[in-house]
Design a protein. Structure first.
Lengths: 188, 188
DNA sequence: GCGTTCATGTAACTGGTTACATGATTTG
DNA sequence: CAAATCATGTAACCAGTTACATGAACGC
């Protein structure tokens, strides 16, 4: 059982669903490819954490609906209070920022300006998703025991993190504007 | 050339160094294992991006010091303005937060309280690193074209992100305290 | 006609982790 | 006397990506 398997299992516990559903639900919060989802699902089925049944459809491909077993329920029950495996972040921009001294001041600033553009785009996408969510629950969200609640709090987190990152980029650009100041004393 | 290879190459361009040095410099900002560093370094050498020479030492193991070639310099010159490959974040806690509705209100709050503890620890480590950095440059950092500058701005970013995450957790706990309110209108 | 959504799967590959292997010196 | 630091490397494995494979329905 790896981290993603737990996520898949958890998604199934919120209600029976297909691999395709799981993929679409996880996508905004964890990058996943269908190839991996389907592989892990068949492993979960082999280990009897889930069962599946084929649902025939007309006009569109048939689908396999997965449901969780008792064994599966027990597994994710335990998962929640297991310590988390350390998060991994791999961001090419972090490396560029670290090595920013290899560039001159103008090029460095340009790099951070481009980053801000990228972050503003992320902000926009995040806001769009929040709006879609708001519409899908008709502007009212009172039950925290629904997937919509999880989606809502995570979108809020990403949005605020993005704001913070934009402010940080602006601060760095500001640092790069100055010459010969003591950066350690520069306010953020 | 993958992302990490560029990072390694960039580290070498800041000055000749060993695989061990590279590992220690990258560690605070990108998780790396020595096994991978050494493998990529030998690839970079095969492709003539870097050269190495053995430095014999007494009382401690010999080391291999790498230096960048013209080909390598050209490569990382181009790298800076190439669009970044999308960042990947894999955080088990994000999945738990998404699926928080599977738990009752008390257990959910407990999960976020534990998260805050974890984040406070992260904050502490980050502050320690900032202090170490401050000492190592004797409280004065005026040159942005040094690795210390990159280290400084990234530590600041992580610290502020951590503050933001703590506030977010507190906000979520607050949401979970209430019963039957419209979460979408709850201030953050 | 062309791209998107729905829907599932396999095979080959790359990137990254864990474990094995060695060994002197310093610090608590 | 144990653990950490310095220092490098290989082999087996696992997780994740890319590419291959299929195909109907629907909107632009």
């Amino acid at each position: 059982m790896n981290t993603l398997s737990y996520g898949i299992l958890g998604m199934i516990q919120t209600g029976p669903c297909s691999g395709y559903d799981i993929m679409n639900n996880l996508k905004p919060f964890r990058e996943v490819k269908h190839s991996q989802i389907y592989r892990l699902l068949s492993e979960l089925e082999n280990e009897a954490y889930v069962t599946s049944k084929l649902v025939e459809q007309s006009g569109r491909p048939n689908k396999k609906i997965y449901d969780i077993t008792e064994k599966g329920k027990k597994e994710i029950e335990e998962w929640f209070f297991k310590p988390n495996t350390p998060a991994t972040l791999r961001d090419e921009f972090v490396l560029k920022a670290y090595l920013i001294g290899l560039k001159n001041s103008e090029e460095a600033k340009e790099l951070f300006r481009k980053r801000i553009e990228h972050l503003r785009n992320k902000e926009r996408i995040c806001k769009e998703r929040l709006e879609v969510l708001q519409e899908s629950c008709e502007g009212v969200l009172t039950d925290f025991q629904s997937l919509a609640f999880g989606r809502y709090i995570l979108l809020r987190q990403v949005l605020h993190q993005t704001y913070g990152d934009i402010r940080w980029c602006e601060w760095v650009i500001d640092l790069l504007e100055k010459d010969n100041i003591n950066f350690l004393n520069y306010p953020f």
